[in-house]
Each structure stands twice: as C-alpha cells, then as structure tokens.
Ligand binder design. Sequence first.
Ligand code: GLN
Length: 448
Amino acid sequence: AVFAQIRRREPELNCYVTLEEEKAFKQAEEVQRGIDEGTLTGPLAGVPAAVKDNMCIEGMRTTCSSKILENFVPAYTAEAVERLRKAGAVIIGKTNMDEFAMGSTTETSAFGVTRNPWNPDHVPGGSSGGSCAAVAANECFYALGSDTGGSIRQPSSFCGVTGLKPTYGTVSRYGLIAYGSSLDQIGPVAKDVTDCAVILETLAGHDTKDSTSMEVQESARFTSALVDDVNGMRIGIPRDYMGDGLDPEVKEAILNAAAVLKEKGAVVEEFDLGMVEYAIPAYYVIASAEASSNLSRFDGVKYGFRAKEYDGLHDMYKKSRSQGFGPEVKRRIMLGSFVLSSGYYDAYYLKALRAKTLIKEAFDRAFESYDVILGPVSPVTAPKLGESLSDPLKMYLGDIYTISVNLAGLPGLSVPCGTDSKGLPIGLQLIGDCFKEKQIIRAGYAFE
Ligand code: GLN
C-alpha cells in the first residue's frame, strides 16, 4: 500500500532521494517470519519507515542530499536505524533534505526540492522536509529526522505531522553524518504523539559507539506518559515568543491550544524567558563552526565526489569541494572557518558559547516554575517555493523559536494545532526540561 501511494504522489512531491522497493520486500518477508515464529512482537514489527538521507545504512546510498556524496554507499549502519531494524521496522528508502541539513525548506538539496503535500506550491520546511512530507503524504508510516536547529520540529509543523526532538544524548548519533555535533539529535516524525513515543522508546538508550549517549532509566518509559491527564501541569508561555514577527493566525492557534490544555486542568501562564534575541546569532556561529570542522573530511580523497580535472593535491581538494558542495553549505563553511580563526575566535565563537550558557540558564530558571514551555514552532506557516532561497538571512530568522532548544540540549515536540486561512498547517511547540520527554509527551497527547 505504501509503494502504491509512493507511485501516486512521489512524481509531484519528491520526498525520497533513494527508494529500495526490492530490499524492503525482502526485509518484510524476514520480519514476517519473525512475527510468525514469535521472536518479533513489538509494535513496530512490519511497519514501513523512511530514514533521512543523513543516516548511514550499510549497502544503501547515503547522500546528505549533496553532490559530494552522490554515490556514497556506507559500510555500516547508524545505531538508530539498527535499533529500528531489530524492532522489525521495514526501511523503504532515504528521504530528501537540505544539503547536509543546512536550511529550512529542503530547497538546498542537490536532488531537487520536496513539495508540501498540503499545497505543492509551498515548501515542506527543512531540513527533514522529505521525512515530514513523506509521513504527511502517507508515503510511509513514520520516518527518522535529525534536529540540529529545528529540523524535525519545523518541517513537522509545516507538514501537519508530529515530530519529536529528544534531549541531547537520548539517541545515539553513531552513523548520523555530523552537522553540528554538539546540537545534532535524531528523532521520530510520525502521525501522532503515540507513535512518536513508541518510536523514541525503541531509539533511546546508551550506545558504546557514541560517548554522548545516555542510558534511559526504566522510569523514563516514554509510552507511560500517554495518559490524557494534564491536571495541575504547570505550563509557561514565553512572552518573548508571542510578540513581534509572529503571524497573527499562528498566534491565535497557539493561544487556542493553550486554552485547551487549561480547560483540561493545566495551569497556564505567560512569563519572560529572556535571552531570545541571542539565540539566532549564537546558533549560527556555533553550528557553522562545528560544520566547518565536520565537513573538512569531504575532500575528494576519502568520500564521494572528486573533480575530474585538477593540478596537484591542493587543487584537487579545492575543485572537488567547490564543485561538490552547494552555495548554502559553502556559506556555512566560510562563516564557520571565519569565526574559528585566530583573531576572531574570542570575538565570535567564544562569545557564542557564552551566550549558549546564558540561554541554558534562562531555561533552567523557567523550569523551576514550569513543567512545560508552550509556544509556536515557527513564526509563519510554510512559505512558497523560492521565497527563502533569495534571502538566507530571512530564512535564518525563521528559526527563532526552535534553535535555543538545541543550544540548551532540551527536548521539543511539534504537534499540529490547526491551519491558517490558506489551509496550511500550524505547529504547536512543547519544550521540556532535559530528559523530561515524558512531560511534553503527556501535554502533547492530552492536546491532540
Ligand atoms: N535551519 C537550520 C539550519 O539551517 C536547521 C538545522 C537543522 O536542524 N538541521 O541550520
């Protein structure tokens, strides 16, 4: 059924970079055997899933939607994908994304834009746009995304699906092609909060191959939070998230969502979070700095694309990288190299790290008073195709409500909460304290 749907919608939407129908059917047969023999009993057994194309799968092309990795076939599988497989998931393909996860619209992909299933003249958001559009268009039942600065939550919100960015350290990053290593987290994109909780339960846990991954306590079982009860839950709405720049229709939908939770017994109030104006500059300095270092490995020697003609080793590096990377990636590498260079390191990189600490402290203070922070995911609904490419700075500003969550390492959930007058979906963001995914799952479940 999923492949039939893919044949119907994919020519227009372009959610996938690679589809593996044959492999998927083989896998499905294996899973069926496991189910018949009683060795596979979990809820994900046999369910078709898609994986963002920045997660390695052995023997399956993994491109990061970049020309530089156009023909890269990894020799190993990301731990998150491995865990899904062990649970019986059937991986049907790799989803389109912004090149190296840099962008908010999936337009920077080297393999063409993905269109929003709600209205193909609009973008699906990004960078996990392919994953979110595929779930929204029923081209899979759920997908994995990655979130360095909103890339699960923002496209989930634009595509009317549910996406969860876990606390940093919850899911192993082994096999995830790094963008900003201190910010990157893998998480589920699904139809609803229940599915997200089930998938996250499968993904989470310590992995010896990623020293930043944490053991999840039994008490943290995410599915145990699927109870329709927010009585007494303290929910704070940052005034800083509800002011200038927020589309009035989005604002109304968010306030309506807050009213629903209040009606159900939550204590909802507004407060001043602070530090919000520093989130974008701090994020773009830190993420670009880490990216410039992480992407230095793509030099035409070890991976993927190599320029055809060159004159010596350095020229080969230069031409391979010049021809292999797209403009947004180059922009980030240049910005990142600049802020890390001697003479500018203190003024930009170190200062951004300080701002990051202050942002974390602002959240720490907020979580003394609240269990959950509620607000919008994005100031606007999905823009039209082409609108963002011409103005990258404007695109960066759209990350205002999502990126501080990554800087502080917190979990964030995007849940659909209505549509605007153009019929485009609006997303509600629920932010929790570190390793308190259960609180946002509980609030999201009660709301939806
Ligand atoms: N808009 C963010 C960026 O371009 C998205 C990053 C992400 O979460 N991968 O950096």
